[in-house]
Design a protein around this ligand. Structure first.
Ligand code: RTP
Ligand code: MG
Length: 159
C-alpha cells in the first residue's frame, strides 16, 4: 500500500563568522530556520582552527579563493545546525541563494546571501549540496552524531 508519509532528510547548515559577529543577524537567521519549518536536530557553536578549515575545504585547494576562504572560516565563532525536513538539502540551499553575492542580489534578492552577504567569501551561510555531502559534513561538525541511527530511530517519530 502506498503511504503518504513524508521522509525527512538531514542537512548541515552553518552560520559563518561574518553573520555570527552580528547578534541581530544571528537571531534573524535562527528565526528563519524555524519559520521555514526545519526541525533543529542539533546545534553547536564552535571556532575552527586553521587546520579544520583547510581540511573541510580540501576540495577547493588550489582555487584562487582558497586561502581567503580558509582564513575567514577560522577567523571567529560559527554556528552549525543539523536540520531535518523533507528535501532539507535543496530547501536550505534555496533559502541561502547563489554563492556569489552579486548574482544572488540580481537573481534572487530575497535570499539570505542577497540580503546579508558581504562578499563572495563572507557570504553568511553554508549548506550541504547533496545528501552524501550532508552526511560527510555532519560527521565533520558533529562526530558524536550518527546519521544512520537518527534516520532509523528518530525520523519515524516525526511522521
Ligand atoms: P557552501 O559550500 O559554502 O554552502 O557554498 P556553495 O556550495 O554555494 O559554494 P562552493 O562553490 O562550495 O564554495 C564554498 C565557499 O567558498 C567561498 N567561495 N568564494 N570568491 C569566490 O569566488 C568564491 N567562491 C566560493 C564561499 O564562501 C563559498 O560559500
Ligand atoms: Mg559547497
Amino acid at each position: 500500500r502506498l503511504r503518504c508519509a513524508k521522509v525527512l532528510q538531514l542537512t548541515l547548515a552553518v552560520i559563518k563568522p561574518d553573520a555570527v559577529a552580528q547578534p541581530l543577524l544571528l537571531e534573524a537567521l535562527h528565526r528563519k530556520i524555524l519559520e521555514n519549518n526545519f526541525i533543529i536536530v542539533r546545534r553547536k557553536d564552535l571556532i575552527w582552527k586553521r587546520s579544520d578549515s583547510e581540511r573541510f575545504y580540501a576540495e577547493h585547494k588550489g582555487r584562487f579563493f582558497y586561502q581567503r576562504l580558509v582564513e575567514f572560516m577560522s577567523s571567529g565563532p560559527m554556528r552549525a545546525y543539523i536540520l531535518a525536513k523533507e528535501d532539507a538539502v535543496s530547501h536550505w540551499r534555496e533559502l541561502m541563494g547563489p554563492t556569489k553575492v552579486y548574482r544572488a542580489r540580481y537573481t534572487s534578492p530575497k535570499t539570505i546571501r542577497a540580503q546579508y552577504g558581504l562578499t563572495d567569501t563572507r557570504n553568511t551561510t553554508h549548506g550541504s549540496d547533496s545528501s552524501e555531502s550532508a552526511e560527510r559534513e555532519i560527521a565533520f561538525f558533529f562526530p558524536e552524531f550518527s546519521v544512520q541511527h537518527w534516520l532509523e530511530m528518530e525520523e519515524p517519530h516525526f511522521r
